[in-house]
Design a protein around this ligand. Structure first.
Ligand SMILES: CCCCC/C=C\C/C=C\C/C=C\C/C=C\CCCC(=O)O[C@@H](CO)COC(=O)CCCCCCCCCCCCCCCCC
Ligand SMILES: Nc1ncnc2c1ncn2[C@@H]1O[C@H](COP(=O)(O)OP(=O)(O)OP(=O)(O)O)[C@@H](O)[C@H]1O
Length: 489
């Protein structure tokens, strides 16, 4: 430490060097009990005891000693509130390299505390949540939303871990006011990413809030799959369900991810009888799929039971068992048999002929995953694929052409698939059957129902009295996807 204050390196420390060193030298300031900073967002270096083997960020050697082995950087968020970064170093190494920490190995994701408006700059009466961020160039922090209700029930632990790894002010629990407080806090930033920790319903909830917030930039969205089905996360290669793996590694995968476009669809439901009140519709936007009949009936019963007895649905495995039990009882009761007598379907004005089929369900797909990983449209052999260009028809109902037509989540086409029942769904889920009945591909779909039927949008079910359902393109949406190379599939 003395060497660091001996400015002319002559082996002695003069009074001027001592005073000057006292101003600049961090260990000396710490020894003197002076803080390095007292303003929001500033760095405060403190002597610290490290319980675990810890390495110096400058020389990469271990911090040795019994008591306080080295300095750790803490950043002042507000009066007496600090966050600490893994940016520790030896006393001797403190004068080497940058004085300020750069937020450490996860700097690409961290919201630097000094970008947050300080208490003195904004009225003290404004709550922490409301303080804006300075629109600093060159940062791309991650805004994290977590839903503790999602099926895997890992939310609380994940929240704490992200609060530790990142700046706690960029991590939001959706149970405390939904997505709006976080979106509002980040509103000044030109560039940021969103991470949704939850199931398909949660992703839809956040996308819906982004639409309604009418923001200057629409940030790309990555997913940590905490739900039960996690169909969108599967398609974007974030996995079928988080199993407790290293979240630092997951954050690195977000850095390496690429952007993909995805269609989103608007759904309008007009009841035949205005006075017949059904359940409220969960959403007016479809990201993943829409369905009527057998699977919506299973999803509706699951949803109702989960609302009533949440303690029975406290893990992903238990939830899947419930789905299996409900699917088995649906097979026996066949509550949606003879569906073709209860509805008609038109694709861009072309009526579908369902007379030769015995169906219990109709699924309309935007993504190639449903029911927690089933590909209902099925694979199309590359060699046989029909090439789609701008002149490609907006509706296909010819069964031979459909057999050669592949599914794409950004082609402005929806796929219509017929389902025979829960047993067939089980066969597709287990791979015993390769697909459902391909009925059509189209840019516009209209379904008229003649009796009350269960319906679902992205896994959120409801009971709908007789009505007309119209599906129309809403927008192309940018989601973050893992690049094919980084996970190899
Ligand atoms: C030859 C028969 C094959 C039987 C197949 C046997 C076993 C299937 C094995 C496991 C399936 C178990 C559970 C499904 C797992 C996850 C489902 C998650 C779905 C989900 O989360 O979706 C929601 C949101 O994403 C939306 O909910 C739905 O869409 C509800 C659909 C649930 C699909 C369930 C598919 C599995 C059906 C299994 C049918 C078994 C029939 C047994 C018949 C016995 C007759 C006496
Ligand atoms: N748009 C929303 N608004 C308010 N709460 C929502 C919304 N979407 C989901 N939720 C709540 O979050 C809970 C969990 O939904 P989520 O979709 O994340 O998990 P899941 O149903 O287990 O997973 P998955 O949909 O992937 O099968 C829902 O039961 C509901 O209570």
């Amino acid at each position: 430490m003395m060497a660091a204050i001996d400015a002319d390196s002559n082996g002695t420390v003069t009074q001027e060097e001592w005073i000057q060193g006292g101003m600049n030298n961090v260990p000396l300031l710490v020894l003197l009990g002076l803080q390095m900073a007292d303003r929001d967002g500033q760095h405060v270096w403190r002597m610290k005891h490290f319980n675990r083997p810890t390495y110096c960020f400058v020389c990469q050697n271990m911090l040795l000693g019994l008591r306080k082995q080295g300095l750790s950087c803490n950043v002042l968020l507000a009066q007496n509130i600090y966050i600490s970064f893994d940016f520790q170093r030896h006393n001797e190494c403190v004068s080497i390299g940058s004085f300020n920490c750069d937020c450490g190995p996860l700097k690409d994701h961290i919201l630097p505390p000094w970008t947050i408006c300080s208490v003195s700059k904004v009225s003290q009466s404004i709550s922490n949540q409301r303080r804006p961020i300075f629109p600093v160039q060159g940062i791309n922090p991650l805004l994290v939303f977590m839903n503790p209700k999602s099926g895997g029930k890992q939310g609380e632990r994940v929240l704490r871990k992200f609060q530790h790894l990142l700046n706690p002010r960029q991590v939001y629990n959706l149970s405390n006011g939904g997505p709006n407080p976080g979106l509002h806090f980040f509103r000044n930033l030109q560039k940021y990413r969103i991470l949704v920790c939850g199931g398909d319903g949660t992703v839809g909830w956040v996308l819906d809030a982004i639409d309604k917030a009418d923001m200057a930039v629409n940030p790309p969205v990555a997913i940590l799959p905490l739900g039960t089905g996690n169909d969108l996360a599967r398609c974007l290669r974030w996995g079928g369900g988080y199993e407790g793996s290293d979240l630092t590694e997951f954050l690195r995968e977000i850095e390496e991810s690429s952007l993909v476009k995805m269609d989103r669809w608007r759904v309008q439901v007009v009841p035949n009888d205005e006075n017949e009140v059904g359940d409220p519709m969960p959403s007016e936007i479809i990201n993943n799929y829409f369905s009527i009949g057998v699977d919506a009936s299973i999803a509706h019963r699951f949803h109702t039971m989960r609302e009533k007895h949440p303690q029975k649905f406290n893990s992903r495995a238990k939830n899947k068992l419930w789905y299996f039990e409900l699917a088995t009882s649906e097979t026996i009761s066949a509550s949606c048999k003879n569906l073709k007598e209860c509805l008609t379907i038109q694709c861009c004005g072309v009526p579908l002929d369902l007379s030769s089929l015995s169906l219990e369900g109709i699924a309309v797909l935007n993504i190639p995953s449903m029911h927690g990983g089933s590909n209902l449209w099925g694979e199309t052999k590359k060699a046989e694929e029909v090439h789609k260009d701008d002149h490609f028809p907006q509706v296909i109902t010819d069964s031979e052409v459909l057999e050669m037509s592949s599914q794409d989540m950004s082609d402005r086409l929806l796929e219509v698939v017929g389902l025979e029942g829960a047993m067939e769904m089980g066969q597709i889920y287990t791979g015993l059957k390769s697909k459902g009945h391909r009925l059509a591909q189209a840019t516009q779909i209209m379904i008229k129902t003649k009796k009350a039927l269960p319906m679902q949008i992205d896994g959120e079910p409801w009971m709908q009295p007789p009505c007309t359902v119209s599906l129309l393109i809403f927008e192309l949406f940018t989601a973050v996807s893992l690049s094919v190379d980084s996970r190899g599939s």
